[in-house]
Design a protein around this ligand. Sequence first.
Ligand code: COA
Length: 260
Amino acid sequence: MECQNLLVEKYGGVALVTVNRPQVLNALRSSVIGELLELFEHLSWDDTVKVIVLTGSGDKAFVAGADIAEMAGFTAQQALTFARTGQKLVSFIGTMDKPVIAAVNGYALGGGMELALACDFIYASETAKMGLPEVTLGIMPGFGGSQKFARLRGRNRANELIFTGRILTAAEAKEWGIVNAVFPSGELIARTLETAGKIAGNGLLGVTYAKHVIKRGLDMDEENGMGYEAVLFASLFATADQHEGMNAFLEKRKPVFSGS
Ligand code: COA
């Protein structure tokens, strides 16, 4: 598919998606959000893609937020549509069957941090800076940040981050439990692709079901979550990947998974 503001490269079963508007630090115009939605939907159907890595163009920013130049002219009604569109994107990423990893290579602010939070986990460069500074513009998070951050790190940290508009360094984001690992800038993409490649080499249905049960299980009580886990666990025994994975172990060879 044709994208004006996104780059897509493939490394084996991994698709590297780059938001490419470096002149405005990859800020999200509504047209970029539309392209991201369309691209992620397209990648969902692409059987050659097993894992997606999302990053920003240049060495300064992942995504420095929603596009303030565009938002400045919004009516309240247009702002509502904009928020709903951004939320559609973050929800879509969160419920995709394929894992999505954010490689935060610089500023991830406002909508940029919300986009990173929508991913399954986040790696960051030492130069990354993350925050939800919308109140400094007289608004508040609108792409799920207030909900996702509070669920991820708790109400008190969400309150502090959002009320102050404070920007966290990469080390602080790691300490706050937002990013899983911090790498030197020059290594971020290679290290993220390495992890993505490892995931892509595993049984995709097992990864997918685990993603769903971890996410949905958090909204259930533990007993229901365990019931859901047991059913998904059992259903994997009807797949070719379970036969291949276990036979390969017993035959002392590397498994070759088909994703079926
Ligand atoms: N929307 C639109 N344009 C943006 C943008 C955004 N969110 N963030 C950066 N830009 C543009 C700047 O306007 C500037 O454009 P110009 O060269 O035409 O003036 C360009 O990107 C470079 O940004 P600049 O501010 O000059 O870089 P900096 O290194 O001095 O500062 C930031 C970097 C990220 C601290 C600063 O750009 C910033 O605060 N951006 C807004 C962050 C924000 O509030 N995001 C949440 C939005 S809801």
